[in-house]
Design a protein around this ligand. Structure first.
Ligand code: ADP
Ligand code: MG
Length: 390
């Protein structure tokens, strides 16, 4: 089945349960970055505009299945009310008679936000209590999943709940946008298609590297990830960050690239914290720590990327949080965003780096899912999306 989408659905009289990703940073009881809330607005406004009422479901942080007021969504209700310019009722729980009464009393165009789903262990481990998903479902008459960032997990609110809405369910507008653009990259990207991968989470990115080796016309590998690949080539990288557990997989990826004649580009020079810039065909001093890609690499990669029709970027090129080691990351962000190509960022830290560089608006799409975007590029779908389609 195709993904059911909002399209021209009229929500009049429906109590619409919307699974959103309001997992936002909170300090001293206030939301410090409302990006994720704003990203859900098109879907929320669509429901309200056609006279539906909203019951919003989200997780926040990792309260480990226990009620912990530190992870309350109450500050989000306040923020959402000011963004939507409409009152937002806050439920003090997720399920139970009080919440049920609040949901029942909800009138068209009214908004109710439930407490943090992860106050219940059954959210992340639905098998522990199947009645949790059922009780959530009983609060509403229609189900929308707009939480792309959580769609790679089969949780009560993203997977088990779906069975209770055999007809009345669909993807939200944000989910639809993510799926459309990432499906295009997965199935038939405009070519040449290049992928720039970096960051520090090497282990969790090996799967997507394999997948990209099949799909992309070239891979560019920077960030800390590059050092694991240099190690696989038996190069000495001094005190740079290496993921020793994954050197073997890195070697397999390099071998496969050779076999497929698909180029993998590694940095030709590296900025170190304590020994200036070092060319990577030379040995690193034992205490040299690589913190960014060098200027020669930036120039070479910029040139190689000219003519690209699609670029997928995940992972910063260096420790961009520490100045001046943001140079490589910002320069590649600039190079990619100035191409006449479909340019997509998928990755929490890369998205943040693009934002910090002031260039995010110049990308075609900045995915709201880090792990979710990578898994989509690897497998072409996500578990919660499959549930909507069933
Ligand atoms: P993303 O969230 O975009 O997928 P990761 O989480 O994999 O990216 O990695 C981001 C982190 O990688 C950043 O905090 C950055 O400081 C770090 N990083 C990048 N290059 C290096 C490096 N050379 N040495 C150590 N850390 C690095
Ligand atoms: Mg990250």
């Amino acid at each position: 089945m195709e993904l059911p989408v909002i399209d021209s659905i009229n929500f009049a009289g429906e109590k619409v349960l919307v699974r959103v990703d309001f997992n936002v940073p909170i300090e001293n009881g206030s939301v410090t970055d409302a990006t994720r809330i704003k990203e859900a607005l098109p879907t929320l406004q669509k429901v309200l505009a056609t006279n539906g009422s909203l019951i919003l479901l989200s997780h926040l942080g990792r309260p480990q299945g226990k009620r912990d007021i530190k992870y309350s969504l109450a500050p989000v209700a306040k923020e959402l009310a000011s963004i939507l310019q409409t009152p937002v009722k806050m439920a003090s729980d997720v399920i139970g008679s009080e919440v049920k009464a609040m949901a029942l009393a909800l009138k068209p165009k009214e908004v109710l936000l439930l407490e943090n789903l992860r106050f219940y262990e059954a959210e992340e481990n639905p098998e522990k209590d199947p009645s949790f998903a059922k009780q959530l479902a009983e609060l509403g008459t229609f189900y929308i999943n707009d939480a792309f960032g959580a769609a790679h997990r089969a949780h009560a609110s993203t997977a088990d709940i779906v069975q209770y809405f055999p007809k009345k369910r669909c993807a939200g507008l944000l989910m639809e946008k993510e799926v459309t653009i990432l499906t295009k990259i997965f199935q038939n990207p405009d070519r040449p298609f290049y992928a720039l991968i970096g960051g520090a989470k090497v282990g969790s990115k090996m799967g997507v590297l394999y997948a990209l080796l099949e799909k992309a016309d070239a891979l560019f590998i920077g960030g800390a990830m590059a050092f694991t690949f240099f190690k696989a080539q038996e190069k000495n990288v001094g005190a740079s960050l290496v993921d020793y557990e994954h050197i073997h997989t890195a070697k397999k990826i390099l071998d496969k690239a050779l076999e497929k004649k698909n180029p993998i580009y590694l940095p030709i020079d590296i900025v170190t914290e304590n020994h200036g810039t070092i060319e990577t065909n030379k040995d690193f001093p034992i205490d040299a720590k690589g913190v960014d890609i060098g200027e020669k690499t930036i120039e070479k990669w910029q040139n190689l990327m000219q003519g690209a029709k699609t670029v997928f970027w995940n992972g910063p090129m260096g420790i961009f949080e520490v100045s001046p080691f943001e140079k490589g990351t910002f320069a590649m962000a600039k190079a990619i965003s100035s191409l006449s190509a479909t340019t997509v960022i998928g990755g929490g830290d890369s998205a943040y780096a693009a934002e910090k560089s002031g260039l995010s608006k110049k990308f075609t799409h900045v995915s709201t899912g880090g792990g979710a975007a990578l898994e989509f590029i690897e497998f072409g779908s996500l578990t919660a999306i499959d549930f909507l389609k069933k």
